[in-house]
Design a protein around this ligand. Structure first.
Ligand SMILES: Cc1cc2nc3c(=O)[nH]c(=O)nc-3n(C[C@H](O)[C@H](O)[C@H](O)COP(=O)(O)O)c2cc1C
Ligand code: SF4
Length: 385
């Protein structure tokens, strides 16, 4: 086991990137951007610097919107405008300065827009109507909306590349526009963008082609995918795997395996509560294992969702489940977690998977109230073993 743990810390080349280790920071919205312009702020930039200094191999940014109507969250940062390329430059400087590689996540939220996001324009979805947890009644996207969305994805990716990012990740998970198009529950179209598996997966492929044409073959393009929608009437793990393989065969450089959506129940959502060391860790491992076994070797497979201990990650690596280990909440709790592990404190993440961090966005910038209480000596979240 000790040997397998040390493998986690060795450098590798995968998914078009050379990384100092196998630890990835999964895309995590931290709020903190300018509410009106979507510009990065000093506070947000400082958090990225702190994360990069914490020892990660690869750092994915929180989702950045590709157009005003693609915005999904309060104080989200935007890559919808050429003026934002300068933000990528600053991000690249701090992230590279910390020794990590920078991946920019881009998104169109579709109808999954938080109701607090004012002034973001039309609310679009595949077939109109409301979705649970979304921003209200949406309009069905027209052919010309779809054509413009393809251009917006391509332009955002171009800004990421021009700003010096190492890769782009297209957000195809968690119930945002791409998931909505793939979902038999939300996509009731009877034109070429709906119906069969081919129709529902078409937007994924067209976005990939449009972005690839803009940034070129040598720039790493990844997807984050929910391999199962985890909702009654949604797509299942078989269709999710088929979609992932379709993208991998089309030339996608890497896939981060997630699951669930913002409209799934708490037990089936992407950020599950109550994860404890052992069995409940790595709750999407089975999906990643099936993908790793069938995808072309040069397509990297990262796993996210409840990774908390080095023992479990080493076991997954030995089992050939994935190439990279991606974490979100553990790095909100401890941005320097990888260095802590590297420096020999091998105890699992202090994150107790309570999701209280989501609520802290209201204060401007997300943080971990549990660790804050710990730092103030109120209590210790890591029980004595
Ligand atoms: C505060 C918060 C913000 C998140 N923002 C994003 C995001 O911008 N993009 C994304 O793909 N996933 C986002 N996620 C989901 C995480 O990246 C991750 O998939 C999920 O939390 C499970 O991983 P974990 O158990 O390591 O937290 C967010 C999660 C949290 C807790
Ligand atoms: S509030 Fe802290 S302990 Fe709770 S899930 Fe978020 S990061 Fe983890």
């Amino acid at each position: 086991m000790k040997e397998a743990i040390s493998l986690l810390f060795q450098s590798l080349s995968t998914g078009g990137l050379t990384l100092r280790n196998r630890f990835m920071r999964s895309a995590t919205w931290l709020a903190g951007a300018d509410a009106e312009t979507g510009a990065l702020t000093e506070g947000l930039l400082g958090r990225y610097g702190e994360l990069a200094m914490g020892g990660l191999g690869l750092l994915a940014t929180g989702y950045s919107y590709i157009s005003r109507d693609g915005k999904g969250a309060f104080r989200q940062w935007g890559l919808h405008d050429d003026r934002r390329t300068a933000d990528v430059r600053r991000l690249a400087e701090v992230v590279h300065g910390g020794g990590a590689k920078l991946m920019i996540q881009i998104v169109h939220a579709g109808a999954m827009r938080h109701p607090s996001t004012v002034g973001a324009g039309r609310l679009l979805s595949p077939s109109g109507g409301a979705i649970r947890g979304g921003g209200g009644l949406s309009e069905a996207a027209t052919e010309s909306d779809i054509a413009r969305i393809l251009e917006d994805f391509a332009a955002a990716a171009r800004r990421a590349r021009e700003g010096g990012a190492d890769a782009v990740q297209i957000h195809g998970a968690h119930g945002y526009l791409l998931t909505q198009f793939f979902s038999p529950l939300h996509n009731r179209r009877d034109d070429g963008w709906g119906g069969s598996f081919e129709g529902r997966s078409r937007l994924f492929l067209e976005v990939f082609r449009a972005v690839r044409a803009e940034v070129g073959r040598d720039f790493p393009l990844w997807f984050k995918l929910s391999l199962s929608e985890e909702v009654e009437g949604g797509y299942d793990a078989e269709e999710g795997l088929r979609l992932a393989l379709l993208l991998a065969q089309a030339g996608v450089d890497g896939i981060e395996v997630s699951g669930g959506t913002g409209y799934s129940t708490a037990e089936r959502a992407e950020s599950r509560i109550g994860v404890t060391r052992g069995e409940s860790e790595a709750y999407f491992a089975e999906s990643a294992k099936r993908l790793r076994a069938q995808a072309p070797r040069d397509c990297a497979v990262a796993l996210v969702g409840g990774l908390r201990s080095l023992e479990r990650m080493a076991e997954l690596l030995e089992g050939g489940v994935c190439d990279l280990f991606s974490m979100s909440r553990p790095l909100i709790a401890e941005p320097d977690l990888v260095n802590r592990w590297f420096e020999d404190d091998l105890s699992p993440s202090a994150c107790v998977s309570c999701n209280a961090c989501f609520k802290t966005a209201e204060r401007g910038l997300i943080d971990c109230p549990v660790m804050r209480d710990k730092d103030e000596g109120i209590w210790d979240p890591v029980p004595e073993s």
